[in-house]
Design a protein around this ligand. Structure first.
Ligand code: SF4
Ligand code: SF4
Length: 469
């Protein structure tokens, strides 16, 4: 039960629970229903692949790998280099905008159905139910003196909690080390210091958060919980108690007709099943993660007393208070704005991936002096070049400059041997006959090209500067 402390009585005489702010352990009753099933489905769709993906090989490496020492991120055939990190920045922007759009439409559904914190807490409470029994038995165990049964149940539960956290930590670190290398390192106690520290930090964080402080993390630590109010408005669909329909509350025996009362029979099932100890009948509260479990609980009650479901349901403030409903919760300024930014991020990601090259050339024109008049009458420009080999093997490269007749440079016949991920910096001196310079600034093209495969190249557009005509 979320709270054993009844603080006041409502006008209808039933118990009103105060919001649990950490003083009491929440022992919520597990409830089957539509929203619970959706939660399991989301768990399967989002988190199962995350635990399977580290086992998928791709050539001689895992399909997905953050190679921190070599500053690369592998995603199947795609290799993202530090130079391409704007793509990752856009992916982050996409994720945040999607989160904001979800919040504008349906409040904290991310918390209720997607957030790893609440999903791991759900797994922990499932284990707790299996090991220690129903909420009533767990409360009895809490209050009982330490004996063999309590030690075995409590100890067993915490061993399983730790097992979940160790399993989680291994699969997170696997994205950085490779799962099989990690298992081999664990079996021989031969991991790098960073790997030991990462495992330890994740295990401790997972255990303290999901096994010990649980819903209090959402209330006191999570920044999203504190700012999500900014993204919602009175048309946002949130879990709501329809008090017009529910009040006055009154207890009802089977077969009885509660004259003068609303549909709420004050059974408190919505409260005792809430994983965060909230009584949603008191209105929206910071503890509510929009998981819908209380709606499942109440629907089961409504079914039993032959009343329509939905006394507790996803509904907007306007819908409950003014009986006005937006026809499409997506077609409102807020979600549309977030959707537009999300679209911008998608376009940026697609463009970034489509134009991604396996070579990189960066050119900076020397500004002082912008050009030099040579003794033979030609004009010389100086360029600072950075070239990078982003292919997976060492190779030879050449540089060509085009755009003006008679254009030549000090790197014309030079071959640059670059190992994979190697960057080379050098100065390129380009010369052009004065007579071809018809303007003070003319475009040129600098091309970095593989000697072996000319199809592999990167091109940079720059300017050649000359004296006034
Ligand atoms: S589960 Fe439904 S009927 Fe029971 S107390 Fe909650 S709102 Fe009222
Ligand atoms: S009040 Fe309902 S929706 Fe909110 S956290 Fe509790 S069970 Fe979930």
């Amino acid at each position: 039960m979320p709270n054993d402390k009844a603080t006041e009585k409502s006008h209808s005489g039933d118990i009103v629970y105060e919001v649990n702010t950490g003083g009491t352990t929440v022992h919520a009753r597990r409830m089957k229903g539509r929203w619970r099933n959706i939660k399991w489905l989301m768990m399967g769709l989002i988190y199962l692949p995350l635990f399977i993906l580290p086992y998928i090989p791709w050539g001689d490496r895992p399909a997905i790998l953050w190679d921190i020492p070599n500053r690369k991120f592998y995603f199947f055939d795609l290799t993202v280099w530090p130079q391409d990190f704007f793509i990752l920045a856009l992916i982050l922007l996409f994720c945040f905008m999607l989160l904001f759009a979800m919040t504008a439409v349906a409040g904290r559904i991310f918390c209720g159905f997607v957030c790893p914190q609440t999903i791991w807490v759900d797994i922990m409470t499932w284990i707790e139910t299996k090991v220690e029994g129903s909420p009533k038995k767990r409360i009895q165990l809490d209050n009982s003196p330490w004996n063999a049964d309590k030690i075995i149940r409590r100890g067993g539960k915490h061993v399983l909690f730790l097992g979940v956290c160790i399993f989680t930590a291994i699969h997170v670190v696997a994205y950085f080390s490779g799962i099989w290398d990690l298992y081999a390192g664990l079996a021989t106690f031969n991991l790098k210091a960073a790997e030991w520290i990462s495992l330890l930090v994740i295990i401790v964080t997972c255990y303290v958060d999901t096994a010990l402080i649980r819903e209090q993390f959402c209330m006191w630590v999570c920044p999203y919980a504190r700012i999500q109010g900014v993204f919602t408005d009175q048309d946002t669909q949130v879990i709501s108690y329809d008090h017009h329909r529910g009040e006055l509350r009154g207890r009802m025996k089977r077969g009885q007709v509660a004259e003068g009362y609303g549909d709420c029979i004050a059974c408190n099932l919505c409260v005792v099943t809430c994983p965060t100890g909230v009584d949603i009948r008191l209105g929206q509260q910071i503890g509510c993660i929009n998981c819908g479990i209380c709606a499942d609980a109440c629907d089961s009650v409504m079914e039993k007393i032959s009343r329509p479901k939905g006394l507790i349901r996803f509904a907007s403030f306007h819908e409950i208070e003014e009986n006005t409903k937006v026809h499409n919760p997506f077609l409102r300024p807020r979600p549309l704005f977030y959707a537009a930014v999300t679209l911008f991020a998608i376009i940026g990601i697609v463009y970034g991936l489509a134009t991604k090259t396996v070579l990189d050339i960066n050119v900076r024109h020397e500004r002082s002096p912008q050009f030099t008049m040579m003794s033979d009458g030609s004009i010389q420009n100086m360029y600072h070049l950075d070239i990078l080999n982003k292919t997976d093997k060492p190779a030879d490269f050449i540089i060509t400059i085009t755009g003006l007749d008679g254009l030549s440079s000090n790197v014309d016949d030079k071959i640059f041997h670059l190992k994979t991920a190697q960057v080379k910096r050098f100065i390129m001196l380009a010369r052009a006959p004065r007579k071809v310079l018809t303007q003070t600034s003319q475009p040129i093209t600098i091309t970095l090209q593989s000697k072996e495969n000319p199809e592999i190249k990167d091109v940079y557009k720059s300017m050649f500067i000359g004296p006034k005509q």
